[in-house]
Design a protein around this ligand. Sequence first.
Ligand SMILES: *[C@@H]1O[C@H](CO)[C@@H](O)[C@H](O)[C@H]1NC(C)=O
Ligand SMILES: *[C@@H]1O[C@H](CO)[C@@H](O)[C@H](O)[C@H]1NC(C)=O
Ligand SMILES: *[C@@H]1O[C@H](CO)[C@@H](O)[C@H](O)[C@H]1NC(C)=O
Length: 204
Amino acid sequence: MSATSILFSAIAIMLLSNTLAAKSSASGGVKPKVTNFILEACKNASMKNQIYDPNPITHEFCVSTLKLDNRSAEAKDIHSLVHVAIDILKGQVATANDNVKQMLHGTKNGTATMRALSFCMVDYNRMVSILNICDTMIKEYHGRKGRADDGLMSSELPSCVEKVDKPFIDCWLGLLAMEAKKLLDENFAVGMLVKLNFCLASTI
Ligand SMILES: *[C@@H]1O[C@H](CO)[C@@H](O)[C@H](O)[C@H]1NC(C)=O
Ligand SMILES: *[C@@H]1O[C@H](CO)[C@@H](O)[C@H](O)[C@H]1NC(C)=O
Ligand SMILES: *[C@@H]1O[C@H](CO)[C@@H](O)[C@H](O)[C@H]1NC(C)=O
């Protein structure tokens, strides 16, 4: 079983949080545009779900997530959309990590909870480091445009995104053991965005 399939089945036993829904209503009055390119990219991405995934990336989830960042409306290629999606994911990781950090402050030193939270922070930081590498790949892709060796190999970007599975699952298991509902909800929201990034990148 690959890390991704563990991720997909792991998410099965979690409940959908309202973290993302709350976020999308807070986009500040200006109604973000949804372009035909976004609609088409999301249609393609939602076809990349694993068959056994109980919380698949729907067309609606994809569109409403990309709408959170107005730069998605400018995207003319799928790499630019993945770049925006990576930023949205990094934002959610930062939110989740902040709350882990906060809970750590109120946790007694030397306890199992304290250790699990500390590892979780390391895991989230590692996710961001990996995502920064994926983002650099996108920038290089755009830099190389028009040359003979144009572009990434189609599997490179999704396999970069897939590398965040391991730290994601490590943190999830730690949080699961301490039954921290809020932190688990935020972790779930992170997981959905990981899947969205993976599905989008897989359409390349
Ligand atoms: C969606 O998939 C179709 C068929 O593979 C492809 O021609 C099209 O370019 C894709 N669109 C986007 C936005 O990736
Ligand atoms: C996106 O929104 C921000 C404010 O939230 C604004 O400063 C920026 O100019 C907008 N960009 C585009 C491309 O509309
Ligand atoms: C926990 O205790 C160790 C020594 O036992 C100390 O080095 C560390 O700074 C403490 N951490 C916190 C957050 O108090």
